[in-house]
Design a binder for this molecule. Structure first.
Ligand code: PEP
Ligand code: MG
Length: 316
C-alpha cells in the first residue's frame, strides 16, 4: 500500500469490540496540523478558518486563503480535512466587515447567517478551499445552521464555486449541529447534509441559556447536561436515519471520560485538541459498544450534569 495509507491505518482507533471510531483533531494552523499528526490524529475534524480572517485590516484574498488551506492539507499528508466556513459575528472586531452594534451577538448575525448575507465572502472562501485542498481529502462544514433551508442556500453557492474552479470530484458538505433547532431537525437536515458534527460548545450555551463567555454563569455550562445529551442523541439518530455519520467537535470530545457516553449515543467521530488525542484514543480502545449504550441510557435519564458526572467518575 501507499506509505500514507499505511500511516493512516496505524492511526486507526478501534474499540475493544472492533467498532471503528475516528479520532480527529481541531486545528487552526499548519504547525498545529503537523503536531496533531505526530500525536495520532487521523485527520482534521474542525479547521477553524477564523484565524485567516481576524487581526488584519483587509479581507484575505482568494489566493492567500488557498495557500493557507493547501499548507494545512499538506501537513495532514492525505488525511481528511474538514474545513469549517467562516464563523465570525458582531462579537469579533473585523475592520473590513463593519457590523452594526448587536445587543446579543451570540443570537445575531454570525456563522452561516453572515456567509449568506455576504455570499461573495463565502464563495471566495469555497473557491479557495476547492483550489487548495485535494478533493479526496476535502470536506466542508457549515457553522450555526438552524434548518435545511440554510443548507440549501449554501449548497447553491458551493456548487457554483465548484464549477468556477472546474472541480469535477464530489466534495462532502456537512453541517455543524450547534443550535437546538438543528439538533431537533437533524433527521430533516441529514437528508441533504453529507455528515453532521456537533458543536457542543455552542449547543450547550444555547440549550442551557448560558453565555459561554460569561464567567458568572460558567458553572452552568456542561455539555454532559442531560438536556444537551438528549439533543446529541436526537442528532445522531437523525443522521443515522439517512446513513450519515455524526461526530462531536466541541470541547467535550476532548474529555476521554465523556467518550463512552458520546459513543453510546451514536457518535462515531470525535474531534479533539491535539494534546488530548493520545489519552482519548487509549480510552476509546478500551471501550465496548454495549457498555457505552447502557451508560448513555443512564445518562439520558439523569436529572442534572452533576448526576451524569457522577456516573462517569470511576469509569476509567
Ligand atoms: C462549538 O461550538 O462547539 C464549536 C466547535 O465551535 P466554536 O467553539 O468554534 O464555536
Ligand atoms: Mg460553535
Amino acid at each position: 500500500r501507499h506509505a500514507t495509507e499505511v500511516a493512516a491505518a496505524a492511526d486507526d482507533c478501534v474499540m475493544a469490540d472492533g467498532t471503528r471510531i475516528e479520532v480527529f483533531a481541531n486545528l487552526c494552523s499548519a504547525e498545529e496540523a503537523t503536531r496533531a499528526v505526530r500525536l495520532g490524529a487521523e485527520g482534521c475534524g474542525l479547521l477553524r478558518t477564523e484565524f485567516i480572517f481576524l487581526d488584519r485590516a483587509d479581507a484575505p484574498s482568494e489566493e492567500e486563503q488557498r495557500e493557507s488551506y493547501a499548507a494545512i492539507a499538506a501537513a495532514l499528508k492525505g488525511r481528511p480535512l474538514i474545513i469549517r466556513t467562516l464563523d465570525i459575528g458582531g462579537d469579533k472586531p473585523v475592520p473590513y466587515l463593519p457590523f452594526p452594534h448587536e445587543d446579543n451577538p451570540a443570537l445575531g448575525n454570525r456563522g452561516v447567517r453572515l456567509g449568506l448575507q455576504k455570499p461573495e465572502l463565502l464563495a471566495t472562501q469555497l473557491r479557495a478551499i476547492f483550489a487548495g485542498v485535494p478533493a479526496a481529502q476535502c470536506r466542508v462544514m457549515v457553522p450555526m445552521i438552524v434548518d435545511v433551508e440554510e443548507l440549501r442556500a449554501v449548497r447553491a453557492i458551493f456548487d457554483e464555486a465548484a464549477k468556477a474552479v472546474g472541480l469535477t470530484e464530489r466534495v462532502a458538505l456537512g453541517v455543524m449541529i450547534e443550535t437546538p433547532s438543528a439538533a431537533i431537525l437533524a433527521d430533516n437536515i441529514a437528508a441533504e447534509a453529507d455528515f453532521l458534527s456537533i458543536g457542543s460548545n455552542d449547543l450547550t450555551q444555547y440549550a442551557l441559556a448560558a453565555d459561554r463567555g460569561n464567567p458568572a454563569v460558567a458553572d452552568k455550562i456542561d455539555a454532559l447536561h442531560p438536556a444537551v445529551l438528549r439533543l446529541i442523541a436526537e442528532a445522531a439518530k437523525g443522521g443515522a436515519k439517512h446513513g450519515r455519520w455524526t461526530g462531536v467537535c466541541g470541547g467535550v470530545a476532548s474529555e476521554p471520560r465523556a467518550a463512552a457516553i458520546l459513543i453510546g449515543l451514536g457518535i462515531t467521530e470525535l474531534s479533539a485538541t491535539a494534546a488530548a488525542i493520545p489519552a482519548l484514543k487509549a480510552a476509546v480502545r478500551g471501550l465496548l459498544l454495549e457498555d457505552c449504550k447502557a451508560l448513555a441510557a443512564r445518562a439520558l435519564a439523569a436529572g442534572s450534569a452533576a448526576e451524569v458526572r457522577a456516573l462517569i467518575e470511576g469509569e476509567g
